[in-house]
Write a protein that binds this ligand. Structure first.
Ligand code: PLP
Length: 432
């Protein structure tokens, strides 16, 4: 008789699937179901009132007039994405970087269209990391990316954030430690959310990006491979200020070899259309396309075609202006309400873009999901994202439990004000 290596109680899941946990966001959404009247300042959902419904209808109506167009857009496409959308994407990023789009860094051959930038982040991590490898992340960082690292058995190595991006002194110290211990070869990616970061809303200035690239060039000889910078620019186009954003790392020397740019049309246009993209060094771009081939062999043509037309007709640019103004208004309302309702010991920085206000409360208040503040807030029917989710396991200090992420993206102006009022009440009750 053959005996199985699995105990009879096993579900036969792979080790990866056994290790997977429901993402924190699923738990936060459950709370919304449990407490229907809850005001959620937690979800990263976008503003429902400014979704481009008319624009999308107009584009689809135009498309439907041509049988030839419908024949291609209702069909499978290529693995890397529609050529025209890739070209428009390269042109757009070059424009944002204030440079010529015919530079190799923005070449459409290096661009992969994905199902949201989330898929791109996943594919990059799969292509570059084996279990036991390391990725450097900001502390705090985008918590869903931490889940991807955990899933692949990749170690997150945290570098603290200053008010203008990562602490370069701490970053260099980590590189040096890894070099001395002979572990530098395990460091594959530096993951940075460089524009209106999730969760802190900070942006990284150009000077810091340049210094970081110089450091990497110095250390990667000892790593034996490029140490890639994965620049996540998901919130790049959601800035409120009139002045242009800093150029991306694609514009810097050495970019062709080590910069991977992750972008999205999801936040700036429609999360429901969910088209994202990535720009990678050429050999990596091919590997990513092949892995995507195994997953879905191409992002939905129809959705790509909608985006293509939005970009070409300038509807996209027009819509962007509208949502930037809307988010500036919502952020302003949130910050004004915080000034009015929060105890003076609570700290935050007014965001210049993005969807979040990162808020720090004084100890001993614990912002964690099992802490008194979270419980009291739920009773007040208001939800925030506990700051602890945004820290990798190697961060053990008090910062884990003294912050919360508040989003002004989804709630109406009225509910933002009311949510902050209730949160202020819970803060006062918890602080005594
Ligand atoms: C920092 C960051 N990167 C990437 C994503 C993924 O967005 P999408 O897949 O909609 O492009 C998000 C979504 O919230 C995010 O906050």
């Amino acid at each position: 008789m053959r005996t199985s290596k699995y105990p009879s109680s096993s579900n036969g899941f792979s080790q990866r699937a056994q290790a997977v946990e429901p993402p924190p966001i699923a738990w936060l959404m459950e709370q919304k179901l449990k407490y229907p009247a809850l005001i959620s300042l937690a979800a990263g959902f976008t503003d429902p009132d400014t979704l481009p419904d008319k624009e999308t209808m107009q584009i689809m109506h135009q498309m439907a007039k041509s049988k030839a167009v419908m024949r291609t857009t209702l069909q499978y496409g290529t693995g890397s994405g529609r050529k025209r959308l890739r070209e428009l994407t390269g042109q757009r990023i070059a424009e944002l970087d204030h440079t010529a789009s015919d530079k190799p860094a923005y070449n459409s051959e290096r661009i992969l269209i994905t199902h949201g930038s989330q898929q791109f982040l996943y594919l990059v991590t799969e292509a570059l990391c084996d279990a036991g490898d390391m990725v450097m992340v900001e502390a705090p960082t985008y918590f869903v990316y931490l889940s991807i690292l955990k899933y692949f058995g990749v170690r997150a190595c945290s570098v603290p954030l200053k008010t203008d991006g990562i602490d370069l002194v701490a970053f260099e110290k980590k590189l040096e430690q890894l070099k001395q211990s002979g572990d530098l070869w395990r460091l594959k990616i530096i993951y940075l959310v460089t524009y209106h970061q999730n969760p802190t809303s900070q942006s990284m200035p150009l000077g810091k990006k340049q210094a970081l690239m110089r450091l990497l060039a110095r250390y990667e000889r000892d790593a034996g491979h490029p140490i890639y910078v994965l620049e996540d620019a998901a919130y790049r186009e959601l800035g409120f200020a009139q002045e242009a954003s800093a150029p991306s790392m694609l514009s810097l020397p050495g970019a062709l070899k080590r910069v991977i740019y992750s972008g999205t049309y999801s936040k700036p246009f429609a999360t429901g259309i969910r088209v994202g993209f990535g720009i990678s060094p050429a050999p990596l771009a091919r590997a990513l396309e092949h892995i995507k081939g195994n997953q879905d062999f191409g992002t939905a043509e129809l959705l790509q075609a909608i985006l293509e037309r939005a970009l070409e007709s300038r509807l996209y640019a027009k819509h962007l202006k509208l949502i930037q103004a809307r988010y500036a208004q919502k952020a302003g309302r949130m910050v004004d309400a915080m000034k009015k309702y929060f105890p003076s010991t609570v700290q935050w920085a007014a965001p210049q873009g993005g969807l979040y206000v990162w808020t720090k409360v004084p100890e001993p208040v614990d912002t964690g999901p099992r802490g008194e503040l979270f419980e009291t807030s739920l009773k007040q029917q208001v939800l925030y994202v506990p700051g602890c989710y945004a820290y990798a396991p190697d961060v053990m200090g008090p910062e884990r439990n003294t912050a919360m992420r508040l989003s002004f993206g989804n709630a109406s102006l009225h509910l933002i004000e009311e949510g902050i009022r209730r949160l202020g009440k819970s803060l006062r009750a918890t602080l005594g």
